[in-house]
Design a binder for this molecule. Sequence first.
Ligand code: GZL
Length: 310
Amino acid sequence: MSLLGAAAARAEGLVVGFSQIGSESGWRAAETTVTKQDAKKNGDTVKIADAQQKQENQIKAIRSFIAQGVDGIFLAPVVATGWHQVLSEARDAKIPVILLDRDIDPADKPLYLTAVTSDSVHEGAVAGDWLVKTVGAKPCNVVEIEGTVGASVAANRKEGFDDEVKKQPNIKIIRSETGDFTRSQGKQVMESFIKAENGGKNICAVYAHNDDMMIGAIQAMKEAGLKPGSDILTVSVDSVPDMFRAMIAHDANATVELTPDMAGPAFVALGAYKSKGTVPPKWIETKSVLHTSADGDLQQVLDQKKDLGY
Ligand code: GZL
């Protein structure tokens, strides 16, 4: 597109196609809400396609956005592989692609303009470090509820956490299974862990790759007559409102915050690229903050969540 065309696009506002994974978690629903709010604030238009967590639906949506000749495509990739062909088609159509909240195969790095994501290895390490500091020298068997198989954030959060706790001989990860980032599957996985581990008596802590699976796990622990947050320590990622409510009720211990506002920086980068040809850094990193049940500002942080799409 010529600079004049680009300036015109900026004047009228951008038209962006967003291939969204689905609404598998409270965090993702908030991401969708904030994306709509950001577009409205900027005077841009965003067309959101919900893929119901299926990659083939995301690929179909991207092809539809290309056919519509949108100014840019946002993609939250459900898994890290299988994007080369469709992102090559977007490149050939000269439509820039920006990744939101998850990454893709590094070999396909040339096929997107930038990625707006957290450092998900660091998120896992922050969760692991909290557990190590909390457990001290006490023997501790940990169970892990993983995110979607093949998702970059699941592999990274596992790597960060496992590497941290592996440094402690008294802490052992005894079971690890995917709960696909949903409450219902998180509950099912925790029920199976409890059943397999002497009614949960062998389990000292549970790490879930997102809060929604942990909220399911908390329900499973309660139904088994266990006290989550004291009989079994909990640490997870996202910092959704229901996790703050659980920490205030002392049913949970810690969560690593992830902003749902990935689209804000993406709109800015796309606008500068289209209007001025400014090439953004390949990675726009969002920050991760630890919150625990010992914090004094839980209610205050919870009250502010409504401004973040929750
Ligand atoms: C993380 C994002 C994850 C959230 C989950 O950036 O991809 O996907 O942690 C969501 O809640 O399902």
